[in-house]
Design a protein. Structure first.
Length: 289
């Protein structure tokens, strides 16, 4: 079997320990069916020295949880891997810039529809009050530009005091009530081809769709009308050499799709919802070896 590396969190980080072993097991099972052995390697062991990675024919950064809480070291690691020529997919340069959600602004400049956004270097009460008036809405979402799993993401109603706000560069957006009624839809692409589609909805009273907040996930037989067009537009605007991509989107009040995130780093592929149980992903990996 061909042996490749899958980057994982620091084993000392307990914050994802209940979830990432299951994600790794699903990846390993899918890859094993294609004759590929996936060896887990903590990304935090190779920040300044990539020599432990260069011997692998391919490195997949699929479970690098924790980068959002240690972003300076993450960016150093991406530079180290790129300079050492580590064969990584998605490429180290890509997973570097994709870790800062300001890339959404660049995609918007290329015509990709995203939620209305105010970008701030450090969110203040004045920023929030101004955003309510600017957007003319009653509810806002405030999130850090570097985040994962809704980390430090808060929802505010008009008149609320700003508490628990993210530190550093942030983004302020109108809250989309459709998240509660229609959910967020993810289109999974392997080797540039659509693999499967998953709809994710929050539980009652919640706005976060992640599983750790009780999010409910359902496989869809095909993309909803208009969703594939936005995903393909996004991938064309990215114009990168991508092994995988998860394009997350939600509709606005008028039903128009808005890009929430182009996840190119460590997405959960929801392989349990993939019609062939991850075989499509494994074949995309095998084609790159």
């Amino acid at each position: 079997m061909t042996r490749i590396a899958v980057l994982t969190p620091d084993p000392a980080d307990p914050s994802y320990s209940g979830q990432w072993p299951g994600v790794l097991e699903r990846l390993q099972g899918a890859l094993s069916g294609a004759g590929i052995e996936a060896t887990p390697v903590p990304w935090t062991d190779h920040i300044d020295d990539a020599s432990g990675l260069t011997g692998y024919p391919l490195v997949l950064p699929l479970i690098v949880w924790g980068y959002h809480r240690d972003h300076d070291r993450w960016m150093q690691a991406c530079r180290t891997w790129a300079e050492a020529g580590v064969r990584m997919l998605n490429p180290a340069e890509v997973i570097g810039w994709n870790s800062d959600k300001s890339y959404l602004g660049r995609l918007a400049d290329r015509g990709v529809a995203i939620p209305q956004t105010v970008w701030v270097e450090g969110v203040t009460q004045a920023d929030v009050d101004a955003a309510f008036d600017h957007f003319g809405v009653e509810t806002l979402i405030v999130k850090p530009r570097v985040s994962g799993g809704a980390w430090k993401t808060i929802r505010l109603s008009r008149g609320d005091r700003l508490e628990g706000a993210p530190e550093g560069p942030a983004m302020i957006q109108p809250y989309l009530p459709t998240i509660e009624t229609e959910g967020e839809t993810s289109l999974l692409f392997f080797g540039g081809q659509l693999s499967h589609v998953v709809n994710k909805r929050p539980v009652d009273g919640e706005f976060r769709i992640q599983v750790q907040f009780g999010g409910q996930y359902v496989a869809l037989p095909e993309p909803p009308a208009g969703a594939l067009a936005l995903a393909e537009q996004t991938l064309a605007a990215l114009d990168e050499d991508l092994l995988y991509a998860r394009i997350d989107m939600a509709p606005d009040a008028d039903g128009a799709w808005l890009l929430m995130e182009a996840e190119l780093i460590e997405p959960d592929f929801y392989l349990g919802s993939e019609p062939e149980g991850g075989a499509r992903f494994a074949e995309a990996v095998k084609a790159r070896l």
